[in-house]
Design a protein around this ligand. Structure first.
Ligand SMILES: [Fe+2]
Length: 480
């Protein structure tokens, strides 16, 4: 039976423990494009309770993989828990055994040293999915990508490179450069001297360190920027002391402090060779998601979904979300211009005055390059959770919106239509919670007009989750 819901979208934060390991055909209302013949692979938190404990934060839940496979106007759905170390230990012991973003295991297991410094980093990859040189991996913010079989969703194990780069924290939003045929990302090594390490992974499976930057207090960063020739780390003033992280006895993110006096710090690196091209300072702000970046004359343009501060992290604790408490923090699409030469000032402006999160672009063609359109989940009704899909025209600031009361869509993944040059020609794929039926469905929108093309109902409600990618041909395709 349904939980008694204190607010409309409560099912979005309810655990889903049922797996569908054999793909089931979904009934399609409307018409799927005949050219849509790939696979949407997504990951997200799905189980929030272990034994008598509940994870603290939305970002902590045990990962489930979701697969929507398209063929000739039909779609099937399958799902399976990612069998990570954290998942296995939870099942075996009935206890939370690995430290997550905002939840630590029972302290008697690890004494006073934080889980992030033990040999027991979590591989609960509930954030994103990528293709690293033919290995389909689920990602979280530790340095343990988990391989899985895209056809069966069976977990294959941690992806290990030799020699491994050392670091505890990494990034679940790697970028892919189709010209260089490499993914780019970074990790953070905490220690007496903490370091950011930028690295790349080739389609041939090689991993190379590009640059290393010593850092006093590492920042919490969820993504980074890539243009045609540059990589940029944007340090938000939410920073941590490695010593405190190690010995405070608090869960990972609770060691980070908001220090607005530090402002924003931009570190721009050459993609080839890794040298530091520019550093710059801006006004304090916070973001999870970079949207795109490109070179424009002597400037590096960096677009992000920007919050005034980091309170959004606090607003996403599970107890708050499950109580239906309103989220006040607002993320706005914001454009920064960072001078690549000289000492010119940083400038920034809001591109559209509407909340947006989980942003996507036409990645395959426009990543790192000038572009026009951003799609994301939006908020149509003030105080509501993500309740709509928006399209922002970065040139005009125009906003288009898809909204139906009682529906709560997640990240809209853009899939380009074949044989077209138009940036916004294609479809958006979004998993939507329908509170009236207590189920989720896959929504297919025309990316140009945001008109509905089709929807296909899943057998149950799927908890709100984060990211995924569409793979036109497995293995391969463009996976940011
Ligand atoms: Fe993200």
């Amino acid at each position: 039976m349904l939980d008694k819901a204190p607010f409309p979208y409560a099912a979005g934060f309810r655990s889903l423990t049922q797996e569908i390991t054999t793909p089931v055909p979904l009934e399609v209302q409307g018409q799927l494009p005949a050219w849509l013949t790939g696979t949407l692979l997504r990951t997200g938190p799905s189980k929030f309770e272990v034994g008598d404990r509940t994870y603290n934060h939305w970002f902590d839940g045990l990962a489930m993989l979701h697969r929507f496979a398209f063929d000739k106007g039909r779609v099937t759905y399958a799902s399976r828990f990612l069998e990570s170390n954290a998942f296995a230990a939870a099942n075996e012991t009935g206890k939370i055994t690995y430290g997550e973003f905002a939840t630590d295991p029972c302290r008697t297991l690890f004494g006073r040293v934080a889980a992030i410094f033990s040999q027991e980093l979590t591989a609960n990859c509930n954030v994103n999915v990528a293709d690293f040189g033919g290995d389909i991996v689920a990602l979280t913010e530790t340095t343990l990508p988990m391989r899985f079989a895209p056809e069966t969703l069976a977990t294959l194990g941690v992806l290990v490179y030799e020699p491994p780069l050392t670091g505890q924290v990494s990034n679940a939003h790697p970028h892919y450069d189709a010209v260089r045929m490499r993914h780019y990302s970074y990790m953070i090594a905490f220690g007496m001297q903490s370091r950011y390490r930028l690295f790349s992974i080739g389609d041939d499976g090689t991993q190379v360190q590009l640059a290393e930057l010593p850092v006093d207090r590492p920042a919490y960063m969820h993504s980074f920027a890539m243009s045609e020739n540059h990589l940029a780390l944007v340090e938000f003033p939410l920073t941590v002391s490695a010593l405190e992280l190690k010995f405070s006895g608090k869960p990972f993110i609770r060691n980070y402090r908001w220090q607005p006096e530090r402002g924003l710090k931009f570190h721009v690196f050459a993609k080839d060779g890794g040298r530091t091209v520019a550093t710059a300072q801006g006004d304090a702000a916070f973001a999870f998601h970079h949207v795109n970046a490109f070179e424009d004359g002597d400037d590096l343009v960096i677009d992000m979904v920007v919050y005034a501060d980091a309170k959004i992290i606090d607003e996403l604790y599970l107890a708050r979300l499950r109580a239906g408490m309103q989220i006040d923090a607002t993320g706005l699409l914001t454009r920064y211009r960072v001078p690549l030469t000289g000492n010119g000032p940083i400038t920034y402006k809001t591109l559209a005055p509407v909340p947006i999160e989980l942003p996507r672009i036409n990645y395959e063609v426009h990543t790192g390059k000038p572009y026009r359109y951003v799609w994301g989940a939006g908020i149509a009704v003030e105080g509501d959770f993500l309740d709509s899909i928006v399209k922002i025209d970065t040139e005009t600031g125009d906003v288009a919106r898809w909204y139906e009361a009682g529906l709560y869509p997640g990240e809209p993944v853009f899939v380009p239509a074949p044989s077209t040059q138009a940036e916004d020609a294609g479809v958006l794929l979004s998993v939507v919670l329908d509170v009236s039926t207590d189920t989720s469905f896959l929504l297919v929108l025309d990316a140009t007009t945001l008109e509905e093309k089709a929807r296909a109902e899943a057998p149950h409600a799927i908890p709100f989750h984060f990211h995924g990618n569409y793979f036109a041909a497995l293995p391969g395709g463009f996976a940011p």
